[in-house]
Design a protein around this ligand. Structure first.
Ligand SMILES: NC(=O)c1ccc[n+]([C@@H]2O[C@H](COP(=O)([O-])OP(=O)(O)OC[C@H]3O[C@@H](n4cnc5c(N)ncnc54)[C@H](OP(=O)(O)O)[C@@H]3O)[C@@H](O)[C@H]2O)c1
Length: 322
């Protein structure tokens, strides 16, 4: 079958190890099943893998991709939950299973015509969502859903700052937060991205590091080093940062005196559970919220999508169709 894989890793030139071509058909062990992929989406995770982050060399070559929507062996339309883990080993939450992995870390991923996954990882796709829309949800959107509605501890009407305007997680946060009744503010690195964020539903968009009109109840952080100081400064006393990524680096100065003096909370968040993915699908169905899709490309042209993400030239999700 045709698939897009990481054949090698290169910290500085991630696209050097990207290969598109024939790969063996997936084999589904006991308890697993095979999904025919109708749409898959790109995540920054795929670039991290090509840079050698979070992947061990003995797994290469490995098919990339965490996210897919498709058709199962019985003809049902499904969305694939990307977290491969045992809820029992994580106290009822598979993201806390110490042995968990994401598709494309230990097992072949979704940028392929077919993918093998545990049966429990299939979630029914609502008819109201297209395959392309549904394929955006399992990683970036699920992460945003858990950050906002599980980890942030907010009531509707609260003000939330999202660092970054254009990314998969950032656009999901704005769309979900707006629909959830929060006042959503973003920072974005270009005038164009800030304007797009406002079109998407952000109440205001600011330059990185800008002084805000008032302090916010919570900050959603995926950028890391480049924005961390601003995130801490932007919080009201008792406010909370929810962090799920560190695209620009993960060791900024912690500014501990601000953390304790203003009694701030810093909460980590990773992906979400299968049940949260099912609730996210229902949320989209109920509210009419849909993922912002930057472009849909045939899987054979995947390199173009990877290059756009690497250059930061996107707004929303990049989707591939096999
Ligand atoms: N923990 C988890 O489970 C989880 C799940 C999903 C994602 N993540 C992580 O979250 C991060 C975002 O993922 P994504 O898929 O949304 O990526 P993406 O689509 O490539 O988005 C990148 C985002 O980073 C922002 N950014 C701002 N300053 C930046 C800088 N100096 N360098 C690079 N980027 C900068 C961009 O904002 P502008 O609009 O200003 O360009 C954009 O919003 C990644 O690090 C990813 O690994 C973690």
């Amino acid at each position: 079958m045709f698939a897009v894989s990481a054949a090698r890793t290169d910290e500085k030139d991630p696209l050097a190890g990207l290969e598109a071509g024939e790969r063996p058909e997936p084999e589904a062990p006991e308890g697993w099943t095979t999904v025919t992929v109708r749409a898959a989406s790109l995540n920054h995770h795929d670039l991290w893998t090509l840079r050698g982050v979070g992947i061990s060399q003995d797994r290469l070559p490995i098919v990339l991709g965490c996210d897919a929507a498709g058709v199962d062996e019985d003809g049902n339309e499904v969305v694939v939950h990307a977290v491969i883990g045992d809820p029992a080993a994580g106290g009822g939450d598979e993201t806390l299973d110490p042995r968990r992995s994401l598709l494309s870390e230990r097992y072949d991923g979704t940028l392929a015509e077919r993918v093998a996954v545990p049966r429990r990882n299939l979630v029914p796709k609502p008819a109201a969502l297209s395959f392309e829309e549904a394929a955006c949800l399992p990683t970036a959107w699920l992460t945003a859903y858990r950050m906002l509605f599980d980890k942030a501890g907010l009531e509707p009407g609260a003000t939330v700052l999202v660092q970054g305007a254009s990314g998969g997680v950032a656009t999901a946060l704005v769309a979900l937060g707006r629909a959830g009744g929060y006042r959503m503010w973003v920072t974005g690195r270009s005038e164009e991205k800030r304007a797009r964020a406002v079109e998407l539903g952000a109440d205001a968009a600011f330059e990185p590091g800008a002084r805000l009109p008032e302090r916010v109840d919570a900050v959603m952080e995926t950028v890391g080093q480049a924005t961390w100081a601003h995130s801490l400064k932007s919080l009201r006393p008792g406010g909370r940062i929810v962090v799920s990524g560190a695209t620009s680096g993960s060791v900024p100065p912690a500014d501990l005196s601000r953390v304790f003096f203003l009694q701030l909370s810093v909460v980590g968040s990773t992906m979400g559970t299968r049940d949260q993915l099912a609730r996210l699908l229902t949320f989209c169905e109920q509210t009419g919220v849909r993922p912002e899709i930057d472009r849909v490309l045939p899987l054979v042209e995947a390199r173009e999508g990877f290059a756009a993400m690497d250059r930061g030239e996107l707004f929303g999700k990049i989707v591939f169709t096999p």
